[in-house]
Write a protein that binds this ligand. Sequence first.
Ligand SMILES: CCCCCCCCCC/C=C\CCCCCC(=O)SCCNC(=O)CCNC(=O)[C@H](O)C(C)(C)COP(=O)(O)OP(=O)(O)OC[C@H]1O[C@@H](n2cnc3c(N)ncnc32)[C@H](O)[C@@H]1OP(=O)(O)O
Ligand SMILES: Cc1cc2nc3c(=O)[nH]c(=O)nc-3n(C[C@H](O)[C@H](O)[C@H](O)COP(=O)(O)OP(=O)(O)OC[C@H]3O[C@@H](n4cnc5c(N)ncnc54)[C@H](O)[C@@H]3O)c2cc1C
Length: 730
Amino acid sequence: MRNKPIANVNADLLKERKNCSFDIEELTNLIDGGKNQTARRREIENMLLKNMPFDIIPEECLSAKEKYENAVRKSVALNKIGVELVSQVTKAKELSDLTLTLRRVSDAYFREVTPFLLHLGMFIPTILGQCSDEQVAHWLPLAMQLKIIGTYAQTELGHGTFIRGLETTATYDERTEEFVLNSPTLSSSKWWAGGLGKTANHCIVVAQLYTKGECYGTHPFIVQIRDMDTHMPLKGLKVGEIGPRLGFQTADNGFLVFDNFRIPRDSLMMKHAKVLKDGTYVKIARHSKLTYGTMIFVRVLLVSEMAFNLSKAVTIAVRYSAVRRQSELKPNEPEPQVLDYLTQQHKLFISISTVYAFQFTSNWLMKTYHTVQANMKHGNTDALPELHALSSCLKAICTSDCSAAIEQCRFACGGHGYMISSNLPSLYAFTTATRTYEGDYTVLLLQTARFLVKTWEQVELGNAVTPMVAYLARHQNREAWDESPEGIIRAFEAIAAGVYQTESVRSVSFGQSDAIKDVMKQLSDLYLLYWSLERTGDLLTTLKSTLGSYDGRVYERLMEEALKSPLNQEPVNESFHNEPEPQVMDFVSQQHKLFIGIASYYSYSMTALWLWDILTKVTSELGVGKTDRLPESHGRAVFMSVFNSEMEKSVSSLSAPLQAVLRQLVELYLYYWTLEKRGDLLLVLQSTLGSYDGRVYERLMEEALKNPPNKEPVNESFHKYLKPFIQGKL
Ligand SMILES: CCCCCCCCCC/C=C\CCCCCC(=O)SCCNC(=O)CCNC(=O)[C@H](O)C(C)(C)COP(=O)(O)OP(=O)(O)OC[C@H]1O[C@@H](n2cnc3c(N)ncnc32)[C@H](O)[C@@H]1OP(=O)(O)O
Ligand SMILES: Cc1cc2nc3c(=O)[nH]c(=O)nc-3n(C[C@H](O)[C@H](O)[C@H](O)COP(=O)(O)OP(=O)(O)OC[C@H]3O[C@@H](n4cnc5c(N)ncnc54)[C@H](O)[C@@H]3O)c2cc1C
């Protein structure tokens, strides 16, 4: 059943909806994956609407502590319903649909995120992907029913990207059949894990595994960190909240430090490697990077997360643009809806098509992920490198594009878009973090480049490559392909666009009406055209250069091109008879280049005169050999102040017009360098990362320890909500 129409809807919005060229319900079904899925989603939404507590005071008006407690209160209520619903599900497909629906609907209750995000998004997937069958049988029911609450602690103060550089150690002690966890340095402190600060009582810890005196690299361990009854941190651990951040304010991201903390041998997640009782290390995995599996899974998830978050932002911006009227186009006529401005449409429409590009690609990527997983169950890991490259690339691009597009949506809403209540700032804060976490943007693109370069080598050797990269061979036959980074990136953009094109066409090819097909085709074309224009430079398949041609016929080509110029098609241009061409001096960009040169000349001359006076004094006092080069900013300050004061002294006797010109030059010099060097001018950095002494990790930890949530070992929401929930008494 469709949702009931709401009374008192803005007339402009009603008008826009009336103008829609297709059946909205049909598109809704397409997005949900079918009529039944739409009906099921609405059923769950309605049930949650009836049972979930809403905020009385807006989340953003609460203190950090209250925000966290409020988030726990709502998470517990949501998870109670979620656990109940999950227990009724029998099929894997139903479970994944349900999880997706819960994830989507949960956003109605959290402007920020739930402290359970890592439990659901990484703890459970890691149990599934890294535990042996017996371990899954033990841990999964506890995690699914939220009898335990977990997180994923891989990143440390000193290392996030370079996983092999992690410093936390897990040393096997065969006498007691335990691993001993240690954080040997400050930089080895675990940092960032969501839910770790106050909420989780279990944690997946990634540590360097040592047994019989040998290091076997990083491995995941499942570790209890807090007492199940009192919630107090266990002995041998220091755990807390890392402090305020741009977004994720209710995710209680935490730190964790180990001091000879002992855990049983079977805490090692043993799907891909085991340590026997006597300390013998046994490798099971056929591929050395299978322990990185959860990261691939979350990167795949993030493509759909970006589609969802951008869809919210662009819905907000489009609706508001229909309601908002601004500016007088014609006297005495009503102000137009801002949606009618072409420039506004330019901001919004590409975001709409991007949402569909992401969603279709995400559906396809998830299917690909499951196919590769199924093959790996039978021992075939051949497709893993490509899945890694593909998920890395798509995750990097979609998270980056999504936060940029949300920023555009905010711009499209003018000043009101800056209000927290518009939800656009929170959406931006959430998505901009995704560009960094689960693999930094640049780093992941470099992983993809590495794969492409290797593929390219195979192509050159004439070896077969997978269908997804077969175009590399096609390119090679047609023309000399540019193997520069731009060329590689361009090739991957072509893949992403290709997937979208084929998937969107495939998805709309059955059942759907012509009206929907038309709209989808338009969106698809818009996405392709937009990016073709954005990346015109990358799309030029030859260098298109007279100077860089393969045959080196530089002068011949220059002349050939010159003769093609339309100006050369007539011997005398009509401007000879009519208006003269402007002098280049009249172009502002030319003035920009020249005037600062003139101002600098005066500045240097004045400073030179002044410097000459003091030079002898300085050299005799310090000795020429000992004087260091002046830092750039100091030099610039000298130029400015001398120019300013010396100019004042010298201009007083000059005529008024010349004085005015010279004063303008002083101002130009000062303003130019103020703008050029504004970064250096911010003297008070107020930053843990940018302090003069470089004590980055010490300062991060000092700040974290000052954090109010760390003043009490157990937050009261544990006794009020978490404990009764975990113990089934709520
Ligand atoms: C209500 C319902 C809710 C439902 C859930 C909702 C979910 C919502 C979604 C959000 C979910 C959770 C929030 C997440 C919060 C954030 C969590 C985190 O950030 S966890 C930490 C993540 N950390 C990273 O991603 C680190 C990034 N670094 C790396 O991935 C790697 O270190 C590296 C790839 C950069 C390099 O690794 P390294 O070991 O140094 O590799 P080498 O250079 O030695 O070798 C490269 C070699 O390995 C291949 N490789 C690398 N990675 C993989 C992989 N994952 N799989 C397969 N192969 C891999 C690579 O291709 C090279 O191969 P060669 O053959 O040698 O070329
Ligand atoms: C909101 C949020 C939540 C998080 N949650 C978790 C969590 O739950 N669990 C967890 O374990 N972690 C978590 N993280 C940590 C996250 O995974 C890391 O911050 C991320 O992987 C980036 O690593 P880094 O911080 O070490 O950055 P760095 O690697 O130090 O990056 C700094 C700069 O160096 C560049 N750089 C680094 N290496 C290279 C290279 N090889 N080539 C070129 N450039 C390079 C990067 O591009 C970047 O510009 C979270 C982070 C955030 C922001």
